[in-house]
Design a protein around this ligand. Structure first.
Ligand code: AMP
Ligand code: MG
Length: 400
């Protein structure tokens, strides 16, 4: 009996990982990895009151004097010994520590220099242009929680904390195997009319790389039970997730489902009320997963997004990359099956609202991969919902 789509998602969600794989990486290699430790500030930033502009540091109570003697100069990075006394100021630059005794900085633009004195032309309030201790962050503050995907802001903040090699989750290794005796790999010469070019293993390699896994390309395997068994067993040794395409339905040469069971993996589910991809199968052995995707190019792509991405994220304690948004239908949508449906659509942002239509999208079999080109997103219609009218609000999966 095929399972409800939501139930299959729940099973994926409920999987607990026993041992996460982590490693330390040099900061500049961490982009796209998920943090496996909290990043906590070990100091105040700034650690001392610091000048935010170029100007003259002085005691604000002296503002009424109108004139101050320039007692010294204080470039950024210098360890100034002099203090500011009443009636004097010290020329101080952006990023310089505020001299002891000064509480305010008057910018260069606000004064005129007259010999060794400044004349205040435009007053500033107390504390002006002084960055207080901890303005940026305070010692002990948790700045980045573990589980965060490292992007450029995290790199910058970690650099400012001198975190040279953060602890990150290893990117899961995803082995990719396409099954089918009709398949030709890239560049392989065609020898009979029944052969087709394989796209699945390449699109899956790209999806894996884009969404935080490390792909191990295993190529195409003939529909021969022993070859498939050997390939899946070898892949399972080397990887965290094994993804196969093809051979999961009910044909005479669909061996993948038998192979998965024979390898001692526990089948989490097989068969989901989802279109495309109803023959999807997910199994688990220890902390490793085997995902048997259907063969049709569109089916394997959509089911990889739905089932492989959350597993890639889960093995890194991260969040799944796909976002669901609400959008307005710009034309009617005909629901074709009593299952959850994922339909390619064009996504546009008009006046701050998302809109979708199906212009130039072909209706046909799940072999049509070109529907994935363009500003594509996936319209999600749950099993319980039917056809939709123009103007209806719908749920859309964004692939960014
Ligand atoms: P299967 O699930 O093995 O019955 O395959 C279903 C359909 O998808 C058949 O028309 C296959 O030729 C096609 N197909 C299977 N594997 C691939 C692949 N790697 N690339 C493109 N199409 C494929
Ligand atoms: Mg096949």
């Amino acid at each position: 009996m095929f399972m409800h789509f939501d139930a299959s998602m729940q099973i994926i969600d409920d999987q607990q990982i026993n041992h996460y794989k982590t490693k330390k990486l040099y900061l500049m290699e961490c982009l796209g990895y998920v943090l496996a430790e909290d990043i906590i500030a070990d100091h105040n930033s700034p650690a001392f009151p610091t000048s935010a502009m170029d100007g003259y540091a002085f005691k604000h109570e002296d503002i009424t004097l109108g004139r101050l003697k320039i007692a010294s100069i204080n470039p950024a990075g210098s360890e100034l010994k002099e203090e500011v006394f009443g009636g004097t100021c010290i020329k101080t630059f952006t990023g310089s520590l505020m001299p002891i005794g000064a509480d305010t900085l008057i910018p260069i633009e606000n004064v005129e220099v007259d010999g060794d004195e400044i004349v205040i032309k435009e007053e500033v309030p107390y504390g002006f242009a002084v960055r207080e201790v901890g303005e940026n962050y305070a010692q002990g503050q948790k700045l980045i929680p573990q589980g965060t995907k490292i992007d450029f802001p995290q790199i910058g903040v970690m650099a400012s904390l001198n975190v040279v090699s953060p602890l990150v989750y290893d990117k899961p290794v995803v082995s990719i195997i396409s099954t089918g005796s009709e398949l030709l790999e890239l560049g392989q010469t065609q020898t009979n009319d029944a052969q087709i070019r394989s796209s699945n293993n390449y699109i899956l390699e790209a999806i894996t790389a884009k969404y935080g896994g490390r792909a191990l390309q295993m190529g195409c395997i003939k529909d021969d039970k022993q070859s498939i068994t050997d390939a899946v067993a070898a892949a399972l040794e080397k990887s965290d997730i094994v993804v196969t395409t093809g051979g999961v339905s009910v044909g005479d040469f669909d061996f993948v489902k038998d192979v998965i069971a024979e390898l001692g993996a526990e089948v989490l589910f097989k068969g989901v009320r989802v279109k495309p991809g109803q023959h999807i199968m997910v199994a688990r052995k220890e902390d490793k997963f085997i995902v048997g995707l259907p063969g049709f190019a569109y089916s394997s792509t959509v089911t990889a997004l739905l089932y492989v991405l959350p597993l890639i994220a889960k093995l890194q304690r991260g969040k799944c990359a796909l976002r669901k948004i609400k959008a307005v239908l710009d034309e009617p949508f005909k629901k074709r099956a009593g299952k959850a449906e994922f339909t390619t659509c064009n996504l546009k942002l008009i006046d701050g609202k998302y809109h979708i239509d199906f212009k130039d999208k072909k209706v046909g079999s799940s072999a049509i991969l070109t529907n994935m080109l363009g500003d594509v997103a996936l319209l999600f219609t749950p099993e319980e919902e039917g056809s939709k009218e123009k103007g209806d609000e719908v749920t859309v999966l964004v692939l960014d």
